[in-house]
Design a protein around this ligand. Structure first.
Ligand SMILES: Cc1cc2nc3c(=O)[nH]c(=O)nc-3n(C[C@H](O)[C@H](O)[C@H](O)COP(=O)(O)OP(=O)(O)OC[C@H]3O[C@@H](n4cnc5c(N)ncnc54)[C@H](O)[C@@H]3O)c2cc1C
Length: 448
């Protein structure tokens, strides 16, 4: 192979536009596009693995059939493939998740021992973790001041460049060890179709960009007014495309008009994504531990009765219509509306007194857009254990929330077929009583 050959190793960036690491690799000379099916993916949900299989097919198509898919621990596989093609460098988009970051450090070390380099360019975020800090260099603990500084550094140190797909790439092909059908290695059978997604899932960059185009022209200007109405298509449904990197958020950002309040609201949602990635990068233990350790003392229910209550929540059989509708939307489609995510999360923590980690794990097992930072810190927000300033006394009332955001019951009747029949269960708890109980427990944990 030529001395200038390199590898671009795809991970959460399954696209060929707006991909600075790919652009850089191709500029160096012959390039092998690589994806590694890591045994660690077995811990990922079946819908997410099925979506990945389909997305790899689309990426391979975009690369003219050149995608090399290998199977095994990347710490072994990436250096082996690099040696096989004589690559001097392996290019990646930086990964700031706890697992990805550790993995990349180990891969870099192994490559280094062979005189090769792992080169990170860009990431799947708009602003990389640790970039947004207070004037004295310390991190922000809450969102609003973070978002102000985030806006001010975006243009200068953000990942905002839009790039065309590389022209005239010289792909390296025919490398041994390629797996033509990724499904067996992903623990999927031929019968496993990609999840339907209930209209919220795209499997290729083209599909995701077409969705964005529709939302940009018909939804964005009414985002503020419609984003909390779960019966409507009022949000972008870009979360899975962003999760897998079918599109980079810079593409969405570039279309926003800073003069529009709706657009600015949408921009701040992209900022939340960066904020939680920043928090998790700085405090990786907060994936599963309370950010606010004072709340470790809170009394939680974890006995057999708690497990039975958890099972009713998972099955969408709580007797609270909006909670049940949300849980059934999740089971059927792998997606749930944001307002309803907040309601079902609050219900699990504040009405059932269960550990937020139970709900977070269940979400990760079912969401196609499941992302450790956004999910687990979304759960910590609901539990009042996370970054929010004064949240522990916020308890969502599932009945008034439903009346407010789903006034004609369109969302609830779409997902709970037996709503007005004798088959629908009575409410499993008395919300007023459980609210008082939750407040008492939080108060006690915070020392009165
Ligand atoms: C308990 C809970 C768990 C969540 N789990 C996840 C998850 O695993 N993966 C995930 O991507 N989002 C998660 N979210 C955030 C949010 O619910 C989803 O991003 C959103 O519903 C996706 O739909 P959309 O693309 O139509 O959003 P839009 O309203 O169109 O927002 C645009 C994009 O902004 C980002 N975004 C929006 N809201 C948030 C937020 N609160 N936190 C971080 N990013 C946000 C997403 O990338 C989203 O695609 C969670 C929220 C809660 C309350």
């Amino acid at each position: 192979m030529s001395a200038g050959s390199s590898i671009v190793w795809f991970r959460r960036d399954l696209r060929i536009i707006d991909h600075p690491a790919l652009t850089r690799a191709v500029a160096d000379g012959p390039t092998l596009p690589l994806f590694v099916i890591d045994p660690e993916f077995a811990t990922s949900s079946r819908p997410r693995r099925a979506a990945l299989a389909a997305m790899l097919g689309a990426l391979d198509g975009a690369l003219g059939g050149a995608l090399h898919i290998a199977v095994g621990d990347p710490v072994d596989v990436v250096p082996q493939v690099a040696a096989a093609v004589g690559a001097s460098a392996v290019h990646v988009s930086r990964d700031y998740g706890p697992y990805g970051h550790r993995r990349d450090a180990a891969v870099a070390e192994r490559l280094g021992a062979d005189g090769r380099r792992l080169l990170g360019t860009g990431s799947n975020l708009l602003v990389d973790p640790t970039t947004v800090t207070k004037a004295d260099g310390t991190p922000y603990a809450v969102f609003t001041p973070f978002s102000r500084t985030w806006r001010s550094v975006l243009g200068e140190s953000g990942n905002t460049d839009l790039l065309d797909a590389p022209s005239r790439p010289d792909w390296i092909t025919g490398v041994p060890g390629h797996v033509g059908d990724p499904r067996p290695a992903l623990g999927l059978t031929e019968a496993d179709e990609a999840p339907i997604g209930g209209g919220h899932l795209d499997l290729s960059t083209d599909e995701a960009l077409a969705r964005w185009d529709r939302f940009r022209t018909s939804g964005l200007d009414r985002y503020g007014e419609r984003r909390d109405l779960p019966a409507e298509d009022g949000t972008s449904s870009m979360s899975s495309a962003l999760r897998f990197g079918l599109v980079h958020p810079a593409r969405l950002l570039a279309d926003l008009d800073p003069g529009s309040e709706d657009h600015r609201t949408f921009e701040s949602e992209l900022c939340w994504r960066d904020f939680y990635a920043d928090v998790l990068f700085r405090r990786p233990e907060t994936a599963w531990q309370n950010l606010d350790r004072r709340l470790d003392r809170i009394a939680l229910d974890t006995d057999d009765r708690a497990r039975e209550r958890f099972a009713l929540w998972c099955a969408g059989r709580t007797g609270f219509e909006i909670v049940d509708a949300g849980m059934r939307q999740l089971a059927a489609t792998g997606w749930m509306h944001n307002r309803v995510r907040m309601i079902v999360a609050s219900f699990l923590v504040k009405d059932l007194h269960l550990p937020w980690q139970w709900g977070a794990r269940f979400f990760m097992e079912h969401l196609v857009d499941g992302d450790l930072a956004s999910n687990n810190h979304g759960w910590q927000w609901a539990a009042g254990t996370g970054t929010d300033a004064a949240p522990y006394f916020r308890v969502f009332n599932p009945v008034t929330q439903a009346e407010r955001w789903d006034p004609d019951r369109a969302y609830r009747s779409r997902w709970v077929a037996e709503l007005d029949t004798a088959d629908y269960p009575a409410p499993m708890v008395d919300h007023g009583r459980e609210r008082e109980e939750a407040l008492a427990r939080y108060k006690a944990a915070r020392g009165g």
